[in-house]
Design a protein around this ligand. Sequence first.
Ligand SMILES: [Zn+2]
Length: 200
Amino acid sequence: MLFLYSVLMITNTTRRFWYALLMSMAFLVRNRSMRKWFWVPLVVIGIGFLLPQHLIIPVKDATTKSWDEKSFWAYPWGTSITHKGIDIFAEKGTDVIASTNGIVVYTYEGGKGGRSVMVLGPKWRFHYYAHMDEIRTFVFKPLKRGTVIGTVGDTGNAKGKPPHLHYAITSPFPYPNLYDDNSVQGWKRMFHLNPDIWLR
Ligand SMILES: [Zn+2]
């Protein structure tokens, strides 16, 4: 139960993911004629974990010098408390490209992230692109790594700051080895992955 409670506290996306997964399992188990298919969602989850990831830097022509390697989990970080992603700096209007193959699960305008896009990629990892100037994709669009999904901007709480892409990866499945007792919100580190390690 504690596990469920904590996973629901992470992000709206992880909450919706678990809701959809548990509802589909419950539907299969409650339906006498469907019960024999209860393993299907589990196999689908398993296949997702087998897909290779191969990340690329999600801003066109950006290099490893375009973000601060210490910016992930930087503290204090305003109302977010810790910084759960990296900020890739580039000129306003630069293409934002998909870091991995995936499917767009939502686009949003408003709030802290401004114009933002969420992409579900391999291994059930959700890739979040925020503060964009323009969104150039749509919900349910399948993406190939490198596909343009928007442009770098300063929307949301990046207003007045140098334009950058806030890029973050979350997993609805925790990685217990990433639990860090020594850092602020250390338990949340099981769900928020550091993009930096795959981008160099
Ligand atoms: Zn950021």
